[in-house]
Design a protein around this ligand. Structure first.
Ligand code: GTP
Ligand code: IMP
Ligand code: MG
Length: 332
């Protein structure tokens, strides 16, 4: 029995969705539970040639033996949630905690209408910040008050703890990333709550003694959308020359980019208590690794880069992602 938390070790979009989709295809998982802020997240899942862009439902959804949960600490926009349930065919297999917070149209208007949030913070405009502001004021609506959600409501903490007591595997998918944390990140250029592993456990109602593994996900270079510091930031033409250009899943904004930051990675490993590292987009740095699944195909210079990460973090790079498909993975 293993309870695993997946978390981002940089500024988001490390490819957490990809890592979860690999685990969903290759391990027995009874439950996937989403933690983190809310629909400000965008996860890309590519299975059997189909690409899904998801903001709310867990990236492990296509594992038909599993149940999907959205934790009490999250925020949902019912319109986005219901649309994703339809697209993924998840009805009957996805549940929302009665205490999950609700984003209303007015939160989106406040998010987009605030010069501070839009220009200083560079928010995604999805209403998350104003909704968490209302939660702190104790005026936010909760999922239990929304008739359209009634058939999805449950107590996620009770259900997950029962699954854990029965000796089954659980994956907690945290969204955003360590340095977007309201508490530990690059304040004020951060999201509206803590987004490290400890809070992800709390979001879904599991106590810290129940967590076995924490996988921190890093991209082989660093990207950041919106504002805030980015050590070693490259000029747009340099980003293009290296083939590192990416566009936001939720906002479509061009992501800023910089080379891998070993010091940032070391801090992320500590803040999350990581037990292993997953490294994505290694095929972008080393094209000969594209789609590879065997350890022997790793060239010497890539191995040096990986070992440098391990030496500075003190944790093993166990998962090496070599492409967007769930199956493109080397396990070390
Ligand atoms: P999270 O927010 O961390 O889940 O990341 P994301 O899934 O939002 O990242 P995003 O949608 O920006 O993903 C970037 C793109 O890279 C997506 O199209 C993914 O399918 C793809 N991708 C993920 N891992 C890899 C990889 O190892 N190699 C390549 N070439 N593409 C990848
Ligand atoms: P908000 O969470 O929409 O308020 O946005 C606050 C900051 O966090 C902005 O800089 C966003 O670009 C960033 N952010 C929030 N969620 C994500 C995410 O899932 N990936 C990348 N950046 C994010
Ligand atoms: Mg993303």
């Amino acid at each position: 029995m293993t309870v695993t938390i997946i978390c981002g070790g940089q500024y988001g979009d490390e490819g957490k969705g990809k890592i979860v989709s690999y685990l969903a295809q290759n391990t027995e998982v009874q439950a996937f539970a989403r933690a983190g802020t809310g629909p400000n997240a965008g996860h890309t899942v590519v299975v059997d040639g189909t690409t899904y862009k998801l903001q709310l439902v867990p990236s492990g959804f296509f594992n038909e033996e599993s149940i999907c949960y959205i934790g009490a600490g999250m925020l949902i926009n019912p319109k986005i949630f219901l649309k994703e349930v339809e697209v993924t065919g998840l009805e009957g297999r996805v549940f929302v905690d009665s205490h999950t917070g609700i984003i209303e149209e007015s939160h989106i208007e406040r998010d987009k209408g605030s010069k501070h949030l839009r220009e200083v913070v560079g928010s995604t405009g999805t209403g998350c910040g104003p909704a968490n502001e209302d939660r702190a004021k104790r005026v936010l609506k909760l999922a239990r008050e929304i008739p359209e959600l009634s058939k999805f409501i449950c107590n996620v903490s009770d259900e997950l703890n029962t699954i854990i007591e029965n000796g089954e595997n659980v994956i907690i998918e945290g969204s955003q990333a360590t340095f977007l944390s309201l508490i530990h990140g690059t304040y004020p250029f951060v999201t509206s709550k803590d987004v490290t592993a400890s809070t992800f456990a709390a979001d879904v109602g599991i106590g810290p003694t129940k967590i076995d593994e924490v996988i921190v996900v890093f991209k082989a270079y660093v990207t950041r959308v919106g504002t805030g510091p980015l050590v070693g930031e490259l000029k747009p033409e340099e980003i293009e020359d290296r083939g590192w250009q990416e566009y936001g899943t939720v906002t479509g904004r061009l992501r800023r980019a910089a080379p891998f930051d070993f010091e940032l990675a070391r801090k992320a490993v500590r803040l999350n208590g990581a037990t292993s590292i997953a490294l994505t987009k290694i095929d972008i740095l080393y094209p000969e690794l594209s789609g590879k699944q065997d350890h022997s195909s790793i060239p010497e210079d890539a191995l040096e880069f990986i070992e440098k990460i391990e030496n500075s973090c003190g944790v093993r790079v166990k998962f090496l992602s070599t492409g967007p498909n769930a199956k493109d993975m080397i396990i070390r």
